[in-house]
Design a binder for this molecule. Structure first.
Ligand code: FES
Length: 480
């Protein structure tokens, strides 16, 4: 079984940073937000250095369903009700502008094509009517429809015209090839007067932190956003894939689009703090494809995590009110293709001292306690409960030798609790089970063979390397 389809694209590779460099702008994170900001700043004449802890585009951007759309489920009624109609219109405007920016820069190489997007419900037609009204009032190309080109009944849907889909990595590689100074496998360990990396320091007047969860997190984003994990499969089907892009706005969430003559199905989203078995999540998507499209062999599957903020709006701008030269971008709630692009453009404007109409809406230092307060308390209570519960539920009493090939668990090694894994060859791997971010206990992800932290979404390899932050430091390897 192959992983993300998008990561199969041939892309450029870049060296590790080795030595000290200076720049006008340091950009941390080679996903769509960081690359867009870097490209825009480079075009404006700034000397930009972009670093990525892993490979360009191999994080959240490489694990998306790659819909380029301002239709983010039933978002506009929610924004209208929580933040008012102006905020809904501004959010829509930012995402439509990002869509058009992508269209202008997609070129021939990125499989960009216009598609109609539908968000539907299978019951509760009135919700769709209300969402269509809210989205149209916010200036989006939205209409309520009852006919949707899907092989099952829906109660109603909101149709957005002139949306798009693309190949996110081919797109990103097109932009990044135009950047003069890019380093991969270069992770920042400190952002202060300089950005410190193991291979050298990066001195810059401005620093953009576009690392999914901000590192460092002086904005305390981890307390105002929680990671959600979702899953995707690509399979062959008996007939033609449906004509358009589709998303269910009721439960269970299903996201559907074509990739050539194959079908991409996404969904099964959940908070990382309320995990469950990853294999079962994939099986549910496969069963859905089989039921409605005679889905056959699954060729690719992958999962991803993205951050959802308590007030439903991304956090993009100065990291704190006291740091005018360090910027963050996070909280795209799985809509990072347009959300990340809008963020990149906004951060470039911040650095260049230009006005941007969306700066206030996405301000990371906003305080809207009426909207966010109760949810903030609830979200952090759930995370706090998990901090304790995992230690009780998984005390790690089994000896590591008990692990079967392919199995990972919290176990004992020489009397010490460890996160243990036995690979298919029988070799044992053991690391400390405590996440290096804020100390939650990690869980084994059976489908991806990784150690995942339920609290704020850090992920580690079975040998403890950081796959995804906010953790910066690896889990300590234990000799087996
Ligand atoms: Fe925050 Fe692990 S990601 S404690």
């Amino acid at each position: 079984m192959k992983g993300s389809l998008w990561l199969e694209a041939e892309g450029p590779s870049f060296p590790r940073l080795d030595g000290d460099v200076t720049a006008d702008v340091a950009v941390l994170g080679g996903g769509i937000a960081g690359v867009t900001a870097a490209w825009q700043l480079h075009q404006a004449g700034a000397r930009v250095v972009l670093i990525d802890a892993n490979r360009i585009g191999h994080g959240v951007t490489g694990h998306t369903t790659a819909k380029v759309s301002s239709q983010h489920g039933f978002k506009y009624a929610e924004l209208r009700d929580q933040h008012g109609p102006e905020a809904a219109a501004a959010y829509g405007g930012a995402n439509e502008a990002a869509l058009e920016w992508i269209a202008d820069h997609a070129g021939e190489h990125s499989d960009f094509r216009r598609r109609t997007s539908y968000a539907y419900v299978t019951e509760g037609r009135e919700r769709a009517v209300d969402e269509a009204r809210a989205a149209a009032s916010a200036g989006l190309p939205a209409t309520f429809v009852e006919d949707v080109p899907l092989p099952y009944e829906v109660a109603g849907a909101v149709r957005f015209d002139d949306q798009a889909e693309f190949h996110p990595l081919k797109y990103l590689y097109g932009l990044v090839r135009e950047l003069p100074e890019v380093y991969e496998h270069t992770h920042a360990v400190q952002v202060g007067e300089a950005v410190r990396t193991p291979g050298g320091n990066l001195r810059a007047e401005h620093t953009i932190v576009a690392t999914h969860f901000p590192f460092p997190d002086r904005s305390l984003a981890f307390a105002r956003a929680h990671p959600q994990r979702s899953y995707a499969i690509v399979c062959r089907i008996a007939g033609e894939p449906p004509d358009g892009m589709f998303l269910s706005a009721d439960s269970p969430t299903r996201s559907v689009r074509a990739v050539g003559d194959r079908l991409l199905v996404g969904g099964e989203g959940h908070r990382t703090v309320t995990g469950g078995d990853t294999e079962e999540r994939y099986a549910a998507l496969e069963a859905f494809a089989r039921e409605h499209w005679d889905g056959q062999a699954v060729e690719h599957r992958w999962s991803s995590q993205d951050n959802v903020t308590v007030d439903g709006l991304p956090l993009v701008g100065p990291m704190t009110p006291f740091e005018e030269h360090v910027f963050v971008a996070t909280g795209f709630a799985k809509w990072g293709m347009t959300g990340g692009t809008a963020a990149g453009l906004l951060l470039a404007d911040f650095v260049l001292g230009r006005e941007n109409p969306y700066a206030d809406l996405f301000d990371p230092n906003r305080l809207n306690l009426r909207v966010a307060g109760p949810k903030l308390v609830r979200d952090n209570a759930v995370t706090g409960a998990r901090f304790v519960a995992d230690r009780v539920r998984h005390p790690g009493r089994r000896p590591i030798e008990d692990l079967a090939p392919g199995e990972g668990d919290i176990v004992r090694l020489d009397g010490e609790k460890v996160a243990g894994y036995r690979d298919e060859d029988g070799t044992l791997h053991a690391v400390t089970p405590v996440c290096t971010h804020l100390g939650c206990q990690v869980n084994f992800n059976r489908a991806e063979r990784s150690w995942d932290c339920p609290c704020h979404g850090s992920r580690f390899t079975v040998d403890g390397e950081v796959l995804q932050g906010p953790a910066v430091h690896r889990l300590e390897l234990k000799p087996t």
